[in-house]
Write a protein that binds this ligand. Structure first.
Ligand SMILES: *Cc1c(COP(=O)(O)O)cnc(C)c1O
Length: 445
């Protein structure tokens, strides 16, 4: 497009990497939506120009630790040489090719690896383009399985309060009914069944009362229920709650007893974050359908996967359509699949369980002083996840500034100040993160 045409004026100034930080923010403000934000954004975003290892480099030259692993994803840190190389190698072969009627080595290799590392029985892999879409696919699988096995009246899902499963409509319908935007979309969301949030807390003794309300709902509605969906052991964006694996084991038993499918949403918990490879591994259970995402590609590209058992696959394929009715344009994207395989192999080559345990120990020690602060309701750690729950809403802008001044990037929400650092974090990184979190908790109004 020599000289003229849309964008030409911008292209001419393209060599300045976006110009001065102030200019970049002004241009961002003019045109870009940010997650859960008004347009234009109420709080200016932080301009990041590059990243390496655990550090983000800001436009003003500051380097700050990515204490969020970019929303659970960058478990090996940024620009890991092994992952960079995997993308480059795949780029030399093919960046993308449609998956309808075509296959490629990157997809086949990833599918085999996922089947190998996930709980037993999961055999069929659907490679979706984001976590929310993998949840939509899981729900479609459950609904089509019901139809394919002669129970078309089973159209509802049973879940628990405080869950988070994504932002698309079906996924939203199983998010926590209070914090999950249900009020706003109630007239178009399918009405699902909600048991109380799972309990007891991780590590506390499980009693049958903990699952009584769930059991009542399952027994009372079993002929309407296509599947139970929940996040195993750790509920993420719905409240950063850690609950007993015995609860999950009991849910598995109840689903078996009543012939209801169990969907495990491991999008946040997968790939070692909770101290086990998957949340389900804490309870030794295998779901019928499982979603993975976030850390799947080591944080490089958007990809998720929905796995199911051979039995579910057969039931779905026996439905009137004779096929699973989903097929995104960027399904099984080769670049994403190649970096996912590299990330999983890299994880397997590292003593990740020891690394996660060491991070957990450092978070326990570092966050402990927050427990006695007036504005703090609870401090908890599981695997490489550290949470300070406060008694009132954390002021996002002021807290973000304070954390950045201490060299740490975190994104609090609601009454939660939390971290899930990259597994490569050093002792100094973890000191900085926990020190900044305690300082932020001390500064609460
Ligand atoms: C993040 C998340 C999702 C949604 O994934 P996206 O890639 O953001 O669409 C679904 N379930 C859980 C448990 C998550 O943490």
């Amino acid at each position: 497009m020599a000289g003229g045409g849309p964008g030409a004026g911008r292209a001419r100034r393209g060599d300045d990497q976006g110009g001065e930080p102030g200019d970049l923010l002004e241009r961002d403000r003019r045109h870009l939506w940010h997650p859960y934000a008004p347009m234009p954004a109420a709080i200016p975003p932080v301009p990041v120009v590059s990243a390496a290892g655990t550090k983000l480099t800001l436009a003003d030259g500051r380097q700050v630790i990515d204490g969020m692993s970019s929303w659970w994803a960058a478990i090996h840190g940024h620009r890991h040489p092994v992952l960079d190389e995997a993308v480059r190698t795949q780029l030399d072969a093919v960046a993308h090719v449609m998956f309808g009627g075509i296959t490629h080595p990157a997809a086949v290799e990833l599918a085999e690896l996922l089947v190998e590392i996930t709980p037993p029985g999961l055999q069929a892999v659907f490679l979706a383009d984001s976590g929310s879409v993998s949840v939509e696919v899981a729900i479609k699988m459950a609904l089509q399985y019901a139809r394919g096995t002669g129970r078309p009246e089973r159209t509802r899902l049973l879940t628990v309060a405080s869950g988070y499963h994504g932002d698309t409509l079906a996924a939203m319908s199983v998010c926590d009914p209070v914090t999950g935007m249900h009020g706003m979309f109630s007239d178009i969301l399918p009405a699902q069944l909600f048991a109380p949030a799972p309990g007891p807390r991780y590590g506390e003794p499980f009693e049958s009362e903990h699952v009584a309300a769930f059991t009542g709902l399952l027994e009372g509605h079993r002929d309407e229920i296509a599947a139970v969906i929940l996040e195993p052991v750790v509920q993420g964006a719905g409240g950063m709650r850690f609950y007993s694996p015995d609860y999950l084991a009991e849910v598995r038993r109840l689903c078996d007893r009543h012939g209801v499918l169990l969907i495990a949403d491991e999008i946040a918990t997968g790939f070692g974050r909770t101290g086990r490879m998957f949340g389900c591994d804490h309870a030794g259970v295998a779901p019928d359908i499982m979603c993975v995402g976030k850390a799947l590609t080591g944080g490089y590209l958007s990809m998720a996967a929905t796995l199911c058992t051979a039995e579910v696959a057969a039931g779905v394929s026996a439905a009137e359509s004779g096929a699973l009715m989903h097929g995104p344009t960027f399904m099984a994207n080769p670049l994403a699949a190649a970096v996912a395989t590299a990330s999983i192999r890299l994880l397997g080559s590292r003593p990740w369980a020891a690394e996660v345990a060491a991070i957990g120990a450092a978070l326990e020690t570092g966050l402990a002083p927050a427990a006695k602060l007036a504005g703090v309701a609870d401090v908890r750690v599981l695997g490489a996840i550290g949470v300070i729950e406060t008694t009132s809403e954390v002021p996002v802008a002021a807290t973000g500034e304070l954390l950045l001044d201490r060299g740490v990037w975190l994104r609090p929400f609601g009454r939660l100040l939390y971290t899930m650092p990259p597994y490569i974090s050093s002792a100094e990184d973890l000191d900085s993160i926990t020190g900044a979190m305690v300082a932020a908790a001390e500064a609460l109004p």
